[in-house]
Design a protein around this ligand. Sequence first.
Ligand code: GLU
Length: 303
Amino acid sequence: MTTSETGSGAGRFAPSPSSDLHLGNLRTALLAWLFARSTGRAFRWRVEDLDVARSATDGVAEGQLADALALGLDVDGPVLRQSERQHHYAAAVERLGEDVYECFCTRREIAEASSAPHDGFRPYPGTCRDLTEEQRAERRRRRPAALRVRTDTDTFEVDDLLAGRVGGLVDDFVLRRGDGAWAYNLAVVVDDAATGVDQVVRGDDLLTSAPRQAWLAQRLGYRPPTYAHVPLAVNADGRRLAKRDGAVTLAELTAAGVSAQDVLARLAVSLRLATAGERVDVALLLSRFDPAALPREPWVVEG
Ligand code: GLU
């Protein structure tokens, strides 16, 4: 293990409080905790609620953290809520200065003008990159602008503890949407840097976002974190696990007579850190944790 993977930094788990965590999310949280603690790092918790109306999620964020604590994961420092950090995102955009431009494109216009989807997303074709002030003034009358960052590259490489060194697409991505909401790709980078997070463990559906985030981190003068994008949980049909797949949250499982300790044991078996029927706690799992021995395929959750 290189020095960048050990030391005084931090790992984190950063759920969006749209619904209770399911077994797949809990497993990713456990992995984030194991990666952090096994490398001497702090473990932080962040509520990614920029996109989620507070009224719709009352209590959800608290419940997510309570579930992690019930499994035995301990959390350092204050819990950050992105909705309370908007001025930090504005300040970061300010620092990007001339490299931020207004974009008036609709989704449809982008789809029509861009090449085929790549790595799961359509690269922005740069339509609004070099508009004149007159053109911008005219377009502002029609619709509110999103803000994009002018990137100086098409690709960027990241270090992933599971996938190795991975290159991926970087386009002029959105920093603030037309409706005024700060974009996930900006908030993640600003918050991770502000809280000393230098190890990002999350689902591998986000691997294609990592190059843009790492590029932005570097552009803002931060050292990009080390990543570990871990396999997701899927249902018996191979589709990403969802609430409709039966009893998949801690509350549902508890109601069915399954204790938090039983759930932890089930997650541990899925990670090959325990044998079926064994009683475990997080300290035991930590003593057995070896990233190199982790399963690399999705976890199939049978109902
Ligand atoms: N909030 C994202 C999610 O719930 C995770 C973002 C991240 O870990 O960078 O999928």
